[in-house]
Write a protein that binds this ligand. Sequence first.
Ligand SMILES: Cc1ncc(COP(=O)(O)O)c(C=O)c1O
Length: 376
Amino acid sequence: MFTGNATQALKLVGESYPFATGDRFLLTFDNHNSVNGIREFDRARGADTIYLPVRPPEMRADEGVVRAQLERARSGGHDLFAFPAQSNFSGVQHPLAWIELAQERGWDVLLDAAAFVPTNRLDLSRHRPEFVALSFYKMFGYPTGVGALIARRDALARLHRPWFAGGTITVASVQADSYALADGEAAFEDGTLNYAVLPAVTHGLELLAEVGLDLVHERVRCLTGWLIGELLALRHTSGEPVVRIYGPATTERRGGTVTINFYDPRGQFLDHALIEAEANRRRISLRTGCFCNPGAGELALGLSKGEIDTCFRRSAGHAMTYEEFRRCIDGKSTGAVRVSFGLASNFADAAAFLDFARGFCDCPEAARLAAAAPAA
Ligand SMILES: Cc1ncc(COP(=O)(O)O)c(C=O)c1O
């Protein structure tokens, strides 16, 4: 089914999944907010939300804990397990083997593939989750405003749409106060799709096929491995690292997303907002903050439930802004800096970022190299 983006695909599943009292919605801590938000649907229907933690510094889930939770599906119930094939916070690629493991124990699986599919092959003949969500602009840049929900037909038939709309019904009546939903995917495409740009999706997929997704994958792997190695080798003269990474330090079972914070020679973190401002000055566009992935951020940065509860309590009565949240958390970073490689990345991009990072090192040689680097 075509949707506006991955978020809409995820919402279609969340709002239509037949959660009932006692059912479970199981999800990893490192889900994007567009998956986290499904907990509001499951709670409204009396189901339980259960989070599986990921552990710093690698930011992976403990396999034993995953298996133990998966044993807890209710027979005859509707239990949904959601995880990102690749975390948009840490780059971790969770095992796709979890899909079958969960299904064998009675779970439906919602795979958030938004960050995975741009640079990795997802073989749906081998791994067969009930639901997969993605956004096409992440794969080839254009067009925005088109995503997809890929669902198994049997799983789709178990969803209950909470409303009907133009395009999703065969017949609806005002006087009879009734409607009949269309069959299959037609019942899930609300209103008029952005059909004028759909041919661009075809071209984008052709482009990826022409370049070769395996080649893109390998190039991204090489750039990622090189940058991580170089960043981790940067040291102040005090011996303190210039950068700390949240996620795997090798290219094994990870994608091209590198999330870090910068530190001064005394080991004190440098605010990510300052890093972003400095990057902008150098004409480098960086993503900073928590990347719509609060769970991974909280665990990576060591923010406790108590600290965060306090911030929400203090802001009771009004919607807390991110700036207020930043001020409320004392002495710890509330976010990080993220670099992601994809189809369009080349070695010059990686080298430009390394030069930028060297500028934060107090060692004279690094500072000299950074000063000599051309602007990006
Ligand atoms: C893993 C993951 N899931 C979901 C989304 C949401 O995608 P969109 O904003 O295109 O709906 C993103 C976007 O960054 C993402 O990285």
